[in-house]
Design a protein around this ligand. Structure first.
Ligand SMILES: Nc1ncnc2c1ncn2[C@@H]1O[C@H](COP(=O)(O)OP(=O)(O)OP(=O)(O)O)[C@@H](O)[C@H]1O
Ligand SMILES: [Mg+2]
Length: 317
């Protein structure tokens, strides 16, 4: 990528994922279960997106916070070759234990750890003004970073003042959706150029179970030219921009590890957008990358650049 190419910056949640499974049934209290598979890898939405970008050879800057224990240093070491920056706080690094189930569902236990202490200053540390109006900042994990959440409007305004397009994946609110959360997220929408949510999140945000009505309602709250993306699991994704609604189908795959499906989608979609590709092609790239990533286990075996073909064929097409 040349120095003048648009840039992608990710600001959000990073943590440590310990993934164990698959299990068929929930164990009885007081027992021990031996699992066939295990993986230890950088996790959290921001890391999942960054790792998926590595697989397609995409460039990015990751800005986040880590704890001051061994795992904080371990996390930042994974991104030493990128232009990323991790502030450090005097807390243990947040960890997630993810149990995969044979039915492809997963159950996750997450510690509070350092994420509870991430705030505005950590998010904007080392954030330079955008070099072009095509530069994008992706925001992730807002509901896992409660201090940062209290200054989200301030952060969104600052990103716009710096000249960035803003992409947001809300994720699932930790306390579930209610009128207050809905109102809060609706206040953010006028600053969001790419909203990346799944179908249930779209239903809850718009307070309707009708996908078309939900997309109408949400898209109307976004700025002119903005893109609303709704992720549809095995059915792929839908997107709306400038009055056009398009659908991209997902590849049928055997899911091995569905953790970070949505984050991997975001990586493919934003990588394609940064390369200047259109809405449909960007959705398709997101779907292809996500479906491929979740069909691989252990995921740590995917080499940097190994999946570049998923985006390259689109550029030359
Ligand atoms: N069973 C599946 N088969 C094929 N592809 C899938 C499957 N599940 C998810 N995907 C791919 O992953 C993308 C994102 O998944 P999903 O729609 O579940 O997002 P999400 O709910 O935001 O995910 P997450 O729970 O990781 O946040 C889909 O658009 C699709 O391309
Ligand atoms: Mg999601």
């Amino acid at each position: 990528m040349s120095p003048s190419s648009p840039k992608l910056t990710i600001i959000g949640d990073v943590g440590v994922d310990v993934i164990l499974g698959p299990i068929n049934d929930w164990p009885e209290i007081g027992t021990e279960t031996i699992t066939e598979k295990h993986e230890l890898r950088p996790g959290g939405s921001a890391c999942n997106t960054a790792l998926a970008l590595n697989y397609v050879g995409g460039e990015y800057t990751l800005l986040s916070l880590v704890g001051n224990n061994h795992f904080g240093k371990w996390l930042s070491s994974h991104f030493a070759n990128t232009n990323s920056y991790f502030s450090e706080c005097n807390q243990p690094t947040t960890m997630s234990v993810c149990l995969t189930h044979s039915c492809s569902e997963r159950t996750i236990f997450t510690t509070k750890g350092h994420l509870e202490h991430m705030e505005y200053e950590h998010a904007v540390a080392r954030l330079a003004p955008a070099q072009s109006d095509k530069d994008i900042v992706l925001l992730t994990g807002v509901f896992l970073t409660p201090k940062l959440r209290t200054t989200y409007i301030q952060l969104l305004k600052h990103l716009h003042d710096l000249g960035y397009q803003v992409a947001l994946d809300t994720g699932w609110p930790t306390g579930g959706w209610n009128a207050e959360v809905r109102r809060e997220v609706l206040e953010w929408l006028p600053y969001i150029n790419h909203l990346l949510v799944n179908k249930i999140e779209a239903f809850n945000l718009a307070d309707t179970q009708d996908i078309s009505a939900a997309m109408d309602m949400i898209h109307e709250c976004m700025p002119e030219g903005a893109t609303l993306v709704v992720k549809l699991g095995s059915e792929g994704s839908m997107g709306r921009q400038n009055g056009n609604t398009v659908t991209a189908k997902a590849q049928p795959v055997e899911v091995q590890d569905s953790i970070g499906a949505g984050d991997s989608f975001n990586a493919g979609y934003l990588h394609a957008r940064i390369l200047g590709l259109d809405l449909y092609t960007s959705l398709e790239t997101g779907c292809n990358l996500a479906s491929t990533v979740i069909s691989r286990s252990p995921r740590g075996d995917i080499r940097d650049g190994e999946l570049a073909v998923l985006a390259e064929t689109k550029i030359t097409a």
